[in-house]
Design a protein around this ligand. Sequence first.
Ligand code: NAD
Length: 357
Amino acid sequence: MSVFNNVHLRDHEAVVFGCDRAAGLRAIIAIHNTSRGAALGGCRMWAYESEEQALTDVLRLSRAMTYKSALAELPLGGGKAVIIADPRRDKTETLLRAMGRFIDSLGGHYITAEDSGTGVQDLKVMARETKHVAGIADRQDADGNWHSADPSPATAYGVLVGIKASVQEHLGRGDLEGMRIAIQGLGHVGWCLAHHLRAAGARLWVTDILPETRERAAAELDARVVEPEAIYTQAVDVFAPCALGAVLNDQTIAQLQARVVAGSANNQLADDHHGEMLWRRGILYAPDYVINAGGVIDLAHELGGYDPSQARSHIARIADTLIEIYRRAHRTGSPTNRVADDIAEERFQLRRSVAAA
Ligand code: NAD
């Protein structure tokens, strides 16, 4: 594996390899940027086909976290960890504790959280070895109810706020009453979002790849349920991708009737130039890592002593960030995904130059 030739190793501050043969641990932590604060990002456990693939994943994901935290106005940088192992077969207490010690050895420069292949219970095991773990405390919401550390409700709330801001900006509507919204994917975030949108008076078109989820939606949600591939062509105002990445590509963008794309899925654009394609078609795209930051904002508030109303009002500021992006996009003629990257880079480079001054 050639580490230094990896094209995704760009402006990273550190890439650290952890190995504990007795525990079966092979892991990589990438710290992309700490100019705004410690590098926060999830710990993914995945049966990667090669070490090269694991390295590429951790480099890309850690960089994305820097952008996300900067645009969410968090005093945090970007990092990520990957454990090269099959979460269904290889996960043991010994391995997780070894990972906890590896994280601890970085002295707080990297703070971990859950990701694909790891959950709250796994993080609690790591937390026996290190205090640099976020997302394990139960939370009390603004109504005084206690919830598990699941970030999805916070993410869904952020997407709701983002859809409202996008609709206001592009369609000139101050509320969602009667708005036609299509949701792709009814998992943790999509289901919660559907309830929020119905409560706001929107009319819903929904789908999921799982037939049982579509059946449940037909029974429990006041929504039109369509087949997965039919979701792109619905005559709706907003398309909310809440399933997979890379769903905005040459074929699907040509099919879209929606005027706004705003949803939780990560890496929605198959390629950067699809942001340009949406822009040219007059479809307003809410950059994914901006609108889906509710979960990470909530997590960050846990680090400073959790106050539910403060966390919620911070998540609500996603609307202001999106409006800033949209206004600059209109001024400069640049697509919204590019403008989001530019603003993020200004924010973390600004910190760096202030620190150096
Ligand atoms: P999830 O796994 O709970 O739900 C995803 C749903 O999408 C599942 O019900 C799945 O069956 C469905 N699905 C998969 N492929 C589909 C397809 N082709 N068409 C229609 N439905 C399909 O995941 P989640 O936690 O709800 O997250 C949804 C998306 O948002 C993911 O991309 C995730 O990375 C992103 N995200 C989630 C959070 C969070 O707090 N959970 C935070 C930021 C970003």
